[in-house]
Design a protein around this ligand. Structure first.
Ligand code: SAH
Length: 196
C-alpha cells in the first residue's frame, strides 16, 4: 500500500478544538462500539475493578459503559467541551481541578469517582501522573494521531500499561490515496512494528 500521501499530514490541536466547536464530530457514535462488546472478555479477562484508559477519548459513550460495570475509567482529551458534553449527556455530576504536574491542564472527575478525564494533550501525561492501566480502549486514537507522532504515541502508551494489560485497538482499512484522514490508514505491518 502507498500510505505516503498521508505521512506528512498534520492536524493541530486548534483544528480539533474547532471541530468540536463546529459540531463537526462525525467520529462520535451514540451506540457503544460492537467490537468492545465482542472483545470485552479479552479486555477484562475475568477480572473486575480494572483501571481502563481511553486515549483521545472525545465523549466516547463506552467510558460510561465500562464505569457502570465497575471499572475505573481514565481518559484524556484536548477539548474541554467534549468532556463537559460527556458528563452532561450522561447526567453525571463532576468536579473540576487543576493538575499540579501539568500547566494549563484540568481533571474532570465524576462525583462517584470512577471516571477521571484529563483535559490536556496526551503527550503531557506520564505514568507518574496517571499511573498504569490494566486495559486500553483505543478507538479513534492511534488512527487520529498525526502520522509523524505515531511512534511517540505508542511508546508512551506502552509505558502506561501494566504487565498483564490488554490493548484493544480499532483501525480502519481504506485506500489512503482517496481520503486524507483522519482517521488515518495504519497498515497492520506498521502496527506490528510500532508495538513490537
Ligand atoms: N476516541 C473517541 C474520539 C475520537 S476523535 C471516540 O471514539 O469517539 C479523536 C479525538 O482526539 C478528538 O476528540 C480530538 O479532540 C482528540 N485529540 C486530538 N489530539 C489530541 C491530543 N494530542 N491529546 C488529547 N486529545 C487529542
Amino acid at each position: 500500500e502507498d500510505v505516503g500521501s498521508q505521512m506528512d499530514r498534520v492536524v493541530t490541536e486548534e483544528e480539533w478544538l474547532q471541530k468540536w466547536e463546529a459540531g463537526n464530530i462525525g467520529f462520535h457514535k451514540e451506540q457503544g462500539h460492537p467490537l468492545l462488546r465482542k472483545y470485552l472478555d479479552v479486555l477484562s479477562n475475568g477480572r473486575s475493578g480494572l483501571r481502563i484508559f481511553f486515549p483521545l477519548c472525545g465523549k466516547a459513550v463506552e467510558m460510561k459503559w465500562l464505569a457502570d460495570m465497575g471499572h475505573s475509567v481514565v481518559g484524556v482529551e484536548v477539548s474541554e467541551q467534549a468532556l463537559k458534553d460527556f458528563f452532561a449527556e450522561h447526567n453525571l455530576p463532576y468536579s473540576e481541578e487543576t493538575v499540579p504536574e501539568i500547566s494549563g491542564a484540568k481533571i474532570l472527575q465524576s462525583t462517584s469517582g470512577n471516571i477521571s478525564l484529563y483535559c490536556c494533550s496526551i503527550y503531557d501525561l506520564s505514568s507518574s501522573i496517571v499511573g498504569k492501566f490494566d486495559g486500553v480502549w483505543d478507538r479513534g486514537a492511534l488512527v487520529a494521531v498525526n502520522p509523524c507522532d505515531r511512534q511517540r504515541y505508542v511508546s508512551l502508551m506502552i509505558t502506561l500499561m501494566e504487565k498483564n494489560s490488554s490493548y484493544l485497538l480499532v483501525t480502519v482499512s481504506y485506500d489512503p490515496n482517496k481520503h486524507k484522514g483522519p482517521p488515518f490508514y495504519v497498515p497492520e505491518s506498521e502496527i506490528k512494528s510500532l508495538f513490537g
